[in-house]
Structure formats: structure tokens, C-alpha cells
Ligand binder design. Structure first.
Ligand code: F6P
Length: 349
């Protein structure tokens, strides 16, 4: 860079629930922009940092080695948005004197940004452990969440077999069943229940009784937190006021465990994996995605290619219009190949 060339001041924020790989995006983007005419400014705590003007300088020395850590070194929030605060947001954003913004977030973050998009030069980085963002084949964080589920189910199988019990494991995922399906399939769980495919209580009971008839000692059930049975409604545990998606799901695993025990006499327990699925160092698969995405984001910044998202398509990291990731959630379809594999393995889904 020549001494006379003025630096562009670009913001980088992480928004919504944390996902394994967010630190990888930060480190890769910062490293790939070293020596360019770009000054990267980290925005603290998602939208909160824009409203309050809270920022940190991002340098290669400051972020080195963070790619392997859970969480996000910038902090994040899934409690605030821009609805009804559009003018306040644009004023606060203007005060930061940024030449552009890179936002790594999920549907809540992009819903918020879509309300103020006219005032922004934006690059979107889709992230969520739920894997339900449109416009990309996969989101980083999802592979790690599936690994947590698979390791838990494999581990709990020993106790289920030792005690002749049914153990029901509840995963995150909100209204989508990607984590329950991916983690349940990777661990060959006997039963996988997802929000997109409400099961029949009678068929599940018959399946459990048939496993007992085959002499099985233990049974592993994986259920997505937003799943329910046919004709029933998902269980909203509580609501978070101000959150772009206020409902927090939970309680289905306990209900199923109690129901199985009452209906079949087979002793049952439940385990809720909760935030362990997010607070874990990213798998190598998630690290490959975030390293490639960070490098691509850096190229987009230096080329001035704003109004785009960096996505995964056909196994490659590539660019797409921002509007592609601002569409309704991408859910599991009943004919998805993983559903077919699970059925071929004899799993109940
Ligand atoms: O969207 C990510 C997610 O982890 C969901 O799977 C889960 O329902 C929700 O966030 C939990 O949110 P919180 O961190 O507010 O409990």
C-alpha cells in the first residue's frame, strides 16, 4: 500500500446465537486482509455494539490462534434487532464512519439488516448451528453440533444398555430437524424425531415394543427441540422479549421419556444437550468452511463486491446475492437423502 492511499474502514460483526467457527471467520478475514488498504473494526456484541458504538481494532496479532476456540471473540447477542429502531440504527451506524460492514449471522441478524439495507454496504456470512438458512447448502457450526449429538448418543448407549433403559436425547434446531437428523444418523440412533415430520405416537410405541421383542437392552431416541407428534404442537418453553425469534423450544424429550415409560413399561430417562452443541471447538469440516469463507470475504472487500453473501454450493465456497440468504428457513424435506439412509439402516423416522 502506498503511504498516500487512505485506508478503508470496514466493520465486522457477529450476531445471533454463537456458532462454532465464528472465530475462524474473524481470524481468516483479518489474516487475508493483512497488508491491504483495509482497516478492520470489530463490532462488539452484535447489534448492541452498533447502537452503543462499542468497537475493537482487529489485527492479525490480536486474533492469531482463535480459529480453534468456541464462542466469538467479538461477543454476540440474539436479543436485539432493528424493528422499530431503523432510524436509531442508521444514525448509530453512521457515527461509526464505516465504509462497509461484514456481518456473520443467522436469520435474526439478516432479518434485522434487511430493514436498514438501503443505508449499508454489506457482505453477509451465513451462520447457525441449526443449518436452516436459505441460499447455502450448509452453515458452519452445524457439523460441530452434529458431532456433539453423535458423541453424546454413542456415550449414552452404554448406560442405556447397562440399565435396560430408553434414553431420549433432545437437540437444538428450533423449527428445523437438521441437527437431530444429522447427529441421530451419525450415531445410528434407533429413533429420530424431527419437526418437519411429526410422528404417530402409536407407530413409535409399536416400534419400541418391537425392539423389546427383539431382545434389545437399551434404545436411543434423538428428538429435535421443535418436534411434536401428529396433531400436536411444539413445546415453547419460554419467550425472550426483544429477540427476533422470541420462542425458545424445550421439554419434548422429558415428555417422551415419561410417555414411553408409561405406555411400554420400559424404564426411560432424558438428556437435554442444550448449549453444549454451540459451545464446542469447531470440527475440521467447520474450520475448512470458515477459512475459505474468510478468504473469500477478504477478496470481496478488496474488490468492492458489496451486496453479496458468501455461501457454500456444490461443496465450494462462492458468492451469491444477499437476498438469497434472506429467505424463509430451509427445512428438512421428507425425501432428503439422509432420511432415506436412516430408513435403510432400519432407524425409525
Ligand atoms: O438458533 C440457534 C439456537 O441454538 C437454537 O438451536 C436454539 O433454539 C436457540 O438458539 C437457543 O437460544 P438461546 O441461546 O437464547 O437459549
Amino acid at each position: 500500500m502506498s503511504q498516500h492511499q487512505s485506508k478503508k474502514r470496514i466493520g465486522l460483526m457477529t450476531g445471533g446465537g454463537d456458532a462454532p467457527g465464528l472465530n475462524g471467520i474473524i481470524e481468516a478475514t483479518v489474516c487475508a486482509l493483512r497488508g491491504t488498504a483495509v482497516e478492520l473494526v470489530g463490532i462488539c456484541d452484535g447489534f448492541e455494539g452498533i447502537y452503543s458504538g462499542s468497537t475493537v481494532q482487529l489485527t492479525p496479532e490480536g486474533v492469531r490462534g482463535f480459529h480453534g476456540a468456541a464462542g466469538t471473540l467479538l461477543g454476540t447477542s440474539n436479543k436485539s434487532g432493528t424493528r422499530g429502531r431503523e432510524a436509531e440504527f442508521l444514525k448509530a451506524y453512521g457515527n461509526l464512519k464505516l465504509d462497509g460492514l461484514i456481518a456473520a449471522g443467522g436469520d435474526g441478524t439478516f432479518e434485522g439488516l434487511s430493514r436498514v439495507i438501503q443505508g449499508l454496504k454489506l457482505i453477509g456470512v451465513p451462520k447457525t448451528i441449526d443449518n436452516d438458512l436459505a441460499g447455502t447448502d450448509v452453515t458452519f457450526g452445524f457439523d460441530t453440533a452434529c458431532a456433539v449429538v453423535a458423541e453424546a448418543v454413542d456415550a449414552l448407549r452404554a448406560t442405556a444398555d447397562a440399565h435396560r433403559r430408553v434414553i431420549v436425547v433432545e437437540t437444538m434446531g428450533r423449527t428445523s430437524g437438521w441437527i437431530a437428523l444429522g447427529g441421530g444418523l451419525a450415531s445410528y440412533a434407533d429413533v429420530i424425531l424431527i419437526p418437519e415430520m411429526p410422528a404417530s405416537r402409536e407407530k413409535l410405541k409399536a416400534n419400541i415394543l418391537s425392539l423389546r421383542g427383539q431382545g434389545r437392552r437399551g434404545v436411543m431416541v434423538v428428538v429435535g427441540e421443535g418436534a411434536c407428534f401428529q396433531g400436536e404442537k411444539p413445546r415453547v418453553a419460554f419467550r425472550v422479549p426483544g429477540s427476533p425469534q422470541a420462542e425458545r423450544y424445550g421439554g419434548i424429550a422429558e415428555e417422551i421419556a415419561r410417555w414411553i415409560e408409561a405406555e411400554t413399561g420400559w424404564e426411560s430417562r432424558h438428556v437435554v444437550l442444550g448449549h453444549l452443541q454451540r459451545s464446542r471447538h469447531p470440527t475440521t469440516t467447520d474450520r475448512f468452511i470458515t477459512a475459505s469463507m474468510g478468504v473469500e470475504v477478504a477478496r470481496m472487500v478488496t474488490e468492492g463486491d458489496w451486496g453479496k453473501a458468501v455461501v457454500v454450493r456444490g461443496g465450494l465456497v462462492t458468492r451469491a446475492p444477499l437476498s438469497d440468504i434472506m429467505k424463509p428457513a430451509r427445512l428438512v424435506t421428507p425425501d432428503h437423502r439422509w432420511v432415506n439412509v436412516a430408513r435403510s439402516l432400519g432407524l425409525f423416522i
